[in-house]
Design a protein around this ligand. Structure first.
Ligand SMILES: [Zn+2]
Length: 80
């Protein structure tokens, strides 16, 4: 298991097979300051290398996106 980085709310870290780069799953509610609803996007996927991110309403949804950062991180996207 990959050690979790010292980021508030980070609940999971995984290396995306497609890019070989670490992707983090963050529970925004764990930040303390966030008081939005699940629908507004409680879960955040973050490309640890580039800082690209995407918000999701469910953890299951967010975990699905962790495998493909090239779909949501501008820097991971293959050159057109
Ligand atoms: Zn990236």
């Amino acid at each position: 298991m990959t050690a979790l980085p010292d980021i508030a709310g980070c609940v999971e870290a995984r290396t995306a097979r497609s890019t070989g780069l670490p992707v983090l799953l963050i529970d925004l509610r764990g930040e303390g300051a966030w008081a939005g609803t699940e629908e507004e996007g409680r879960w955040l996927t973050l490309c640890d290398t580039h800082g690209g991110l995407l918000q999701h309403s469910t953890r299951q949804d967010a975990r699905g996106w962790m495998a493909a950062p090239e779909d949501w991180c501008p820097e991971c996207m293959p050159a057109q």
